[in-house]
Write a protein that binds this ligand. Structure first.
Ligand code: ZN
Length: 299
């Protein structure tokens, strides 16, 4: 279902769109989500674009400045905070930049971790101009990796680049689980209607016996607090105080580690996309995640 199309219709559409977004939530661009949105298909077609570290879209400007919207509360602070202090020597963090540039040829069904199946991969969402989520996720991974390594940490990644096919969602979880990682953070952005904005951190709902639900909840709260400390505004449309719980995500269902999935913002909202496409914005959001990791496993 195309939420944006619905939202453009008159009369009852506002109610319908609101309900649709509540139902669909961040699933449009989410890992392990069935391909059920036209945007997902468009994302596949544009998936090979935008490999650079700066968003190329003319609608966002070449230098990636923050948005100029003043019509609502900002989702980000006015300036990037000072570098984060902490010591992560000896710690290992696994980063999973969600989705991939190229979809697998036959996109096999894999386990959803609760007895059902899901596609190996979904393409993720896009900004309104086609800038793909998988590239944003990759840029965030690179920024977070740099900051973590500067604090002495070892960082592992679920994919090596932003140009090829990547492991299926179940294999990613298996590799995370068998790694030496102390925590796992999956990186995503959402695709919802204009006006829906802000970050949220997702942890497993209805935990399974193998899940580290307690560790994951602590990590989620600390990363949420890291965002708040940086002046970022929690989601105004999903979760409570910046934290949501879901049982439909393979990557969380299969995890045995402290693990969260971060949705940094809504790529279809004009305020959020200005932040997501901004290098300074990404630096500040990476610092938020790093703060949360330090609070969880710092020395
Ligand atoms: Zn996603």
């Amino acid at each position: 279902m195309d939420v944006n199309t619905l939202s453009r219709r008159s009369g009852l559409s506002l109610v319908i769109a609101t309900v649709a977004m509540l139902v669909a939530g961040c699933t449009i661009g989410d890992v392990g989500e069935a391909v059920r949105d036209d945007a997902e298909m468009r994302a596949s077609a544009s998936a090979s674009a935008s490999q650079g570290r700066d968003a190329p879209s003319p609608t966002r400007g070449t230098s990636g400045e923050r948005g100029t919207s003043t019509s609502a509360a900002p989702s980000a602070p006015e300036s990037a905070p000072a570098p984060v202090d902490g010591d992560l020597t000896g710690r290992t963090i696994y980063l999973d930049p969600g989705h991939a540039a190229v979809m697998p040829a036959n996109n096999p069904q894999v386990t959803d971790g609760r007895g059902g199946t899901k596609p190996c991969q979904v393409s993720g969402t896009t900004a309104n101009d086609g800038w793909p989520e998988h590239t944003f996720n990759w840029l965030m991974a690179m920024e977070i990796k740099d900051q973590l390594e500067a604090l002495g940490a070892t960082v592992q990644l679920s994919r090596e680049d932003d140009s090829g096919v990547a492991d299926c969602i179940d294999l990613r979880a298996e590799k995370e689980n068998s790694s030496a990682a102390d925590v796992v953070v999956s990186l995503h952005a959402d695709g919802a209607g204009e006006g829906n904005r802000g970050f949220h951190v997702i942890t497993v709902a209805d935990p399974l016996p193998g899940n580290d639900a307690e560790g994951s909840a602590e990590l989620a709260a600390n990363i949420r607090d890291g965002f708040l400390a940086g002046g970022f505004t929690p989601s105004n449309y999903l979760g409570v105080d910046g934290i949501d719980h879901r049982s439909d995500l393979t990557g969380l269902n299969l995890s045995t580690k402290p693990k969260v999935l971060v949705e940094f913002g809504n790529m279809r909202d004009s305020t959020d996309i200005a932040l997501l496409a901004s290098e300074d914005g990404r630096t500040g959001m990476a610092q938020a995640v790093v703060r949360g990791i330090i609070a969880t496993i710092g020395q």
